[in-house]
Design a protein around this ligand. Sequence first.
Ligand code: PEP
Ligand code: MN
Length: 347
Amino acid sequence: MILVFKAGSSREQVTHAEERLREIGLEPHTLLGVERTVIAAVGDERVTTAEQLASIPGVEKVLPILAPYKLASRELIPTPTTFTIGGDSEVKPCATRVTFGGSFIPVVAGPCSVEGRSQLLEVAHAVKEAGASALRAGAFKPRTSPYQFQGLAEEGLEYLAEAREATGLPIITEVLTPSDVPLVAKYADCLQIGTRNMQNFLLLRACGQVKNPVLLKRGMSATLEEYLLAAEYVLTGGNKRVMLCERGIRTFENYVRNTFALAVIPALKEKTHLPILADPSHGTGVRSLVPAMTRASVACGADGILIEVHPNPEKAMTDGAQTLSVKDFEKLMKECRAVAQAIGRSM
Ligand code: PEP
Ligand code: MN
């Protein structure tokens, strides 16, 4: 339920309403607007009625939030959310701040995995030079087979921190388990939750408890509603910096690794205020298809691009078949800037 306060209502009235809601058994999420304050009262609404809430002093009206996700919905927050990653004192202040959700479209680039110090530093400098805004690489890798390379773990996080120090690029890296959240949060400017973990509710809750922003990928078989409910888990924990990322879904089709569901980007934009990224690398799994699908992602309104780049894709330890060389990436950046400009945005 959304409680809309009368213009000019006092801070005391808002605090009183928050206390009342907690007493009833609902969690208040307060949005202090310039003109008006609203409180999203989330939880099991059967504990109260709209009439009861409307009688709280200062409340002008009570509106239902019809979507099953509340904090993620456009019904509660009608305008797009923008937030920055990087430069947080909780992590490392040295990274440049990058805004997601605005008219500038940041590109998050890097190799699938951190393979070693020199590989990571080389690619970090190269993607920065080409115009990337953030560096992404996995230190903890979710692999289909236990015999495959599992990532360098904390050693990889150290190299990521060094690459940030050297380039100023904020770093995004995946966290696989709730117990690893404190460790990864110590290094990362933004925590990635991968497709296989989109419905790992304990991990979602753990990421809701930290200050680091979260990049939540769409589960490979998740519906739009399930996806937004997963984001809701992080948001209800108090972490409001959540961005989404379409990375392709499983279908009967097998000429590509995944079916890149581009229409979900404008569809999500209708339903949520959160920034939405596109990942054409995992979305296709095929290097030759990545440039076209990246340009299409920009054209259809993605708020950011995630792309895999390696100094020598042929030698990549993971996801080489979908990874661009630095040269391909530089070319693609130029093409995407032209597409962005055509739709009134920049890259
Ligand atoms: C990745 O980003 O390298 C990755 C493992 O992604 P996804 O979770 O989308 O498969
Ligand atoms: Mn990958």
